[in-house]
Design a protein around this ligand. Structure first.
Ligand code: NAI
Ligand code: A1CAB
Length: 275
């Protein structure tokens, strides 16, 4: 199975790194990327084929559109003829199937692209990704199996029945790693404010996250119960959690995810309109 990523940025790099660790061969993976320095990096790090925009599209079974949403209309329109009849996966946040179909001229005589929308996340790089996926109307059952194999090679996958659910997945697991990194950054900052050097702050904060996540994954208790087990009545944790509640930390996380979802819809409206 030969796969071409169009766009070799952060998300393509994460998926490629994970796929290579999971047994995909470097010679079946290719990237089309305009930035020469990135192409060189991808070749050096992964040994995959890295191609400039004016190179012919490498022979492939699957194309993964991995450019920014703002670049997608131009890329899809320019490559509509090359992509006709192929299995095409879009990982762009927000961008709707109807717009992709229009840009890819899915009414073209040599057969429509078989489209699948996917929302991966960057922990794919360490094969701990979580992806959402939705099968477009022209995609076949064997396309679903191929996409499932790619996504499972870098983590787990949730298939959704309705396209709009992908925006909800974007708000939770697509953007979610950034929320977690923000929390880690904040705990490092708190440790440094307590007088620890950066390396010790990192050890304390990263170690706490790793331990807590491993405990949560291994435990029969839910997260609320595990939280209660740390929180002694009238103790230090209660003092911290009360302060966080006063400052609205949980409400801020929920509202943040809602803002991400709203932005996905807004991006689709902005970029799908008049294009
Ligand atoms: N970064 C993330 O955590 C996630 C990103 N996504 C989606 O993945 C897509 C890519 O995002 P990132 O990798 O973060 O962006 P990025 O900016 O790191 O990568 C995009 C790449 O596309 C290249 N590019 C620009 N014009 C091109 C063209 N005409 N042909 C081929 N390549 C071109 C750029 O040089 C760049 O390397 C976006 O649509 C985003 O919504 C989805 C899930 C998570
Ligand atoms: O921030 C973004 O728009 C992309 C989509 C999900 C994660 N990064």
């Amino acid at each position: 199975m030969s796969i071409v990523f169009i766009g070799g940025g952060n998300m393509a790099t994460a998926m490629l790194g994970g796929m290579l660790q999971q047994g995909f061969a470097a010679n079946e993976l290719h990237v089309v990327e305009p930035d020469a320095a990135r192409r060189e990096q991808l070749q050096t790090d992964f040994g995959v084929g890295a191609w400039a925009l004016d190179d012919p599209l490498p022979d492939c079974d699957i194309v993964i559109l991995a450019v920014k949403p703002q670049q997608l209309a131009a890329v899809a329109k320019a490559r509509a003829a090359e992509l006709a009849g192929r299995l095409v996966i879009s990982i762009a946040a927000g961008i709707r199937m109807a717009d992709l179909q229009r840009w890819l001229k899915c009414e073209a005589p040599n057969g429509p692209a078989r489209l699948v929308r996917v929302m991966p996340n960057t922990p794919a790089l360490v094969r701990a990704g979580v992806s959402g996926a939705w099968l477009g109307p022209h995609a076949l059952a064997e396309d679903q199996a191929q996409v499932d194999r790619i996504l499972r090679s870098v983590g787990s996958v949730v298939w959704v029945e309705e396209e709009t659910r992908l925006d909800a997945i974007t708000a939770i697991s697509g953007s979610g790693p950034a929320y977690v990194f923000h929390f880690i950054e904040s705990l490092c900052q708190a440790a440094e404010l307590q007088g620890f050097d950066a390396a010790t702050a990192r050890q304390l904060a990263y170690g706490t996250f790793e331990g807590a996540v491993r405990l949560a994954l291994d435990s029969h208790d839910d997260a609320a119960t595990l939280r209660e087990k740390v929180t002694s009545k009238g103790g230090t944790t209660a003092a911290a959690l009360n302060k966080m509640a006063e400052l609205g930390v949980q409400a801020a996380i929920v509202a943040g995810a809602q803002a991400a979802r709203a932005r996905a819809t807004e991006l689709a409206d902005e970029l799908g309109r008049d294009s």
